[in-house]
Design a binder for this molecule. Structure first.
Ligand SMILES: [Zn+2]
Ligand SMILES: [Zn+2]
Ligand SMILES: [Zn+2]
Length: 174
């Protein structure tokens, strides 16, 4: 089942606000300074529905006139990961991609090897399988973010994928 249902705007805004509160509280607890720059990073991620990489976040913030360094973006992403507020995803690029994780269901990413298209799949059966596999090996399932690499059907059938010509894939991918 492909998740196409859109969550209401209000719900998303609430989610973003809660994530931000958790971030603030966690930083305070661990003795990190809660700077405006750090907050702009979490806001950018929670406003977005895609899988951003650090450079992309940096460029987006710069465009918005935020004065922030690349190093701060990287460091903030590490903090967000540490506090379980973002997931790291490997899209087969040389760099890591990030996505919001607070209030987001565990899911699978199907990534086209040829056109970089990413589809998110939420599936209860998958959850059950992983739960059982963990149990069998003496673990309790925590959160997960899975990736599989595949070829999209457009590509296989027509040797041409529409998305391939559209330049909206990751700008920093090489
Ligand atoms: Zn494709
Ligand atoms: Zn995702
Ligand atoms: Zn990328």
């Amino acid at each position: 089942m492909v998740s196409t249902k859109k969550k209401g705007r209000k719900k998303l805004a609430e989610q973003a606000q809660q994530a931000e509160s958790v971030f603030k509280a966690s930083m305070k607890e661990e003795g990190y300074r809660c700077t405006t720059e750090r907050l702009t990073v979490i806001r950018e991620i929670y406003e977005s529905d895609s899988h951003l990489d650090a450079d992309e976040i940096f460029v987006r913030l710069k465009k918005k006139g935020v004065s922030i360094s690349r190093a701060t973006v990287y460091h903030t992403l590490d903090l967000l990961f540490k506090f379980h507020l973002v997931n790291k995803i490997d899209l087969g690029h040389k760099h890591t991609h990030y996505e919001k994780s607070y209030g987001v269901d565990n899911h699978l990413h199907i990534i086209c090897e040829q056109c970089d298209r990413v589809v998110e799949v939420h599936n209860d059966k998958l959850n059950d399988i992983l739960e059982k596999l963990c149990e069998k090996n003496g673990f309790t399932l925590g959160s997960f973010s899975l990736q599989v690499f595949a070829k999209c059907r457009e590509e296989a059938e027509h040797h041409h994928c529409e998305r391939k010509s559209v330049d909206d894939s990751c700008p920093s991918a090489s």
